[in-house]
Design a protein. Structure first.
Length: 267
């Protein structure tokens, strides 16, 4: 049983636990089909992660046998036909990172069973990923008369290489959790019964270390990945200054001198 079991009938359950925002797909009877309503609720959760100082990390998981079979396509068809992305309201951040800002706080994601289309594209916009060995990944949009519009055409080639990405983008073929691990798309393979516990262990580690340091590290890494290594290197000490002057940096030194575990406040 998942440590995130819920009695809620919401299709997407949002819960803050300690310093983590848990986002739980909870539509198992429909294979966690992703609706526009779920998109906007997830976008609100991402906004809260970014703007609430008490939240240091996000975790995206799902109940049921499958992470998601993909979009509830009949509800998305008119949006796609408009030629414009879903309109974001105030208090929302695009969870696909296609429009607007991207988070400066890390997202951990754990997937299992079927993880098609929207599931894979959400995964590509996260930072640490876990999967079961038999997870089934696919971008099957070309089999439905469209193509991926949640970032896969950009990020999949960055993360698994040009040829590997085109192999799956242009055919809609599946690849497994083992394949994803081999290609570096996921960082950890777990048994289904252990998946959520393993993801939570990573979240707990992130939430114990210095939040400002984590955010600066993620920011620098993203500059290098999306812009250039030289720009990231040139900005290292500009990022470091405020972090090194923080209360947490002082606590880090003091805990080292006192040979104890640091207690960070994100200040």
């Amino acid at each position: 049983m998942s440590i995130f079991e819920t009695n809620s009938d919401e299709h997407l359950v949002i819960e803050q636990r300690d310093h983590c925002m848990i986002m739980l797909f909870n539509r198992a009877a429909k294979y966690n089909a992703f609706s526009p309503e779920m998109y906007h609720k997830l976008a609100k959760a991402y906004y809260q992660i970014q703007n609430d100082d008490s939240i240091r990390c996000g975790l995206l998981v799902a109940n049921g046998e499958h992470f998601t079979a993909g979009l509830e396509l009949e509800k998305w068809a008119t949006i796609f036909q408009s030629g414009k992305p879903p309109k974001l309201s105030d208090g929302e951040i695009d969870p696909f990172g296609v429009q607007g800002i991207r988070l400066t706080k890390p997202i951990v994601m754990a997937v299992h069973g079927i993880c098609f289309t929207v599931g894979l594209e959400l995964l590509l916009n996260t930072d640490i990923r876990l999967a079961t060995r038999d997870t089934r990944f696919a971008q099957i949009e070309v089999k439905r008369g469209i193509f991926p519009c949640g970032g896969a055409t950009v990020r999949l080639q960055q993360q698994i290489g040009w040829g590997n990405a085109q192999r799956y983008l242009m055919t809609g073929d599946e690849f497994s959790g083992d394949d994803a691990y081999r290609m570096g798309l996921v960082q950890q393979i777990e048994k289904f019964d252990d998946l959520h516990n393993a993801a939570w262990e990573i979240v707990e580690k992130i939430c114990k270390v210095a939040p400002l340091g984590v955010q600066a590290s993620l920011t620098s890494s993203r500059v290098a990945h999306l812009q250039s290594e030289n720009k990231a290197l040139a900005g290292l000490f500009e990022l470091l200054g405020p972090v090194a002057q923080s209360e947490d940096a002082k606590e880090g030194v003091q805990s080292f001198l006192e040979r104890r575990e640091a207690v960070f406040k994100g200040k």
